[in-house]
Design a protein around this ligand. Structure first.
Ligand code: NI
Length: 184
């Protein structure tokens, strides 16, 4: 099932999401819906709050990126915790399915260690770096109620203010179905 993607301005994107404690919740089926929704929007990552669910879960599929090591980077992260981040911060132009048509350079540490469960409730603790770490950091921010625009410079934030307000109202064109907090 394809969900509409929640747009900037919706309170669900600002909540710290909650751990999944209901073992009857069908994580696998929900992950499937998330992948379907993400592929429909040509994304490489999607967090549950972006489809209106305030739970700690996100998916990634970096395989469309032709970087080395990305060919098997398709994963489901359930109840994840970033244990540590390290390395030099590097900048990259990020975008987000909840904020169509906006990009901005975000600086993030190069490496991280994360504890999480997969869609089969198997426990993992792994290290990621480079682009993989970046995708995870961006999605992890979502379940902490943080958006990439929060990391931009004050100047850039000011310049984007009107555009972001317009996105909340639905005055934006995305190539996928969205749910706007203030309108249409
Ligand atoms: Ni995003």
């Amino acid at each position: 099932m394809i969900y509409p993607i929640v747009a900037y301005g919706d309170p669900v994107l600002r909540k710290v999401a909650e751990d999944i404690t209901d073992k009857d919740f069908d994580v696998k089926a929900f992950a499937q819906d998330m992948f379907e929704t993400m592929y429909g929007a040509q994304g490489i990552g999607l967090a549950a709050p972006q489809i209106g669910k305030g739970i700690r879960m996100f998916i990634v599929d970096g395989t469309p990126i032709e970087d080395e090591g990305m060919e098997d980077f398709k994963k489901v992260f359930v109840n994840p915790t970033i244990i540590e981040e390290e390395g030099e911060e590097w900048g990259y132009e990020e975008g987000c399915l909840s904020i169509p048509d906006v990009r901005g350079e975000v600086f993030r540490p190069e490496k991280l260690r994360i504890h999480y469960f997969d869609e089969n409730w198997q426990e993992h603790e792994e290290e990621f770096d480079g682009m993989k770490a970046r995708i995870i950091q961006h999605e992890y921010d979502h379940i902490e109620g943080i958006l990439f625009t929060d990391h931009l410079s004050n100047l850039k934030k000011r310049l984007l203010k009107k555009k972001l307000a317009n996105i909340s109202k639905g005055n934006v064109r995305a190539g996928y179905r969205m749910r706007f907090p203030l309108g249409k």
